[in-house]
Design a protein around this ligand. Sequence first.
Ligand code: HEC
Ligand code: HEC
Length: 226
Amino acid sequence: MPRSKSERCAALALALLLSGAFAGTRLAPAAQAVNAANTAGGAALYRSCAACHGQRGEGLTASKAPALAGLPAWYVDRQLGNFLTGVRGATPDDTEGAQMRAASSALQSEAQRASVAAYVAGLPRPNARPRPPADAAALANGRNYFNALCSACHGANGMGNQSLGAPPLASATADYLLRQFAAFKSGRRGAHPQDKPGAQMRAIAAMLPDARTERDVIAYAAGLGS
Ligand code: HEC
Ligand code: HEC
């Protein structure tokens, strides 16, 4: 068990936290005060999203589109802005990001993005998926690293932390989370100069020692809440 290593990594992550890596983080307040009329507009706007993300925002594996239901509005809003402006999804090798970039062009105004973000945030989060059978060593390895390196921002329960800009990971599919993790690691996501939250995640993505640990941590995170 790489206890001392994960502890060293945790110390590093904490140092990063304290060094003011978060100084530039500003969360869009736009999606926060949303009235019922706004949410109704969101339902209409969401119709164009359902083909890929599912009627209830549950995510569709075939289109590689993740679940949106129950994600916090501030996070959805920021991602929609990122796709629209090319902060996310604009590198030549990002097939899924390119699809989502095209879809985001339907939401040109900040009000539209806030409205659809509020709508999906209000949909019930899909039931947490049952954990895939993992052997005890894999589970312990995943938990160990998650608690040392990820929980400071994503929460021990995987439910995210708005003040740190970190989204929930619990009950997303492991496939989606693993693809995003790889994207941060390679710079397909998080390398744009305007992507400060993404840059923080990139720094962390480089810290896991091997592919097996990445799989174990992601499986653990995806299974949280189940
Ligand atoms: C053509 C299919 C398609 C359509 C239509 C589409 N999306 Fe997506 N969306 C995707 C894919 C694929 C991804 C994953 C991108 C990636 O892997 O980085 C995604 C990702 C997202 C994310 C990021 C989620 C996260 O956890 O970071 C948000 C938010 C989102 N979509 C919202 C929407 C909204 C709102 C609409 C409707 C206006 C919409 N999408 C329409 C395919 C689509
Ligand atoms: C320093 C804070 C921080 C730590 C520690 C951290 N993350 Fe993140 N993570 C973030 C932020 C911020 C984002 C959102 C980036 C954005 O807005 O695009 C994120 C996003 C993600 C995403 C994409 C989720 C989605 O819906 O697209 C995954 C997957 C992820 N993190 C996994 C991890 C794992 C696994 C660990 C531990 C090894 C970890 N993170 C540790 C801050 C952190």
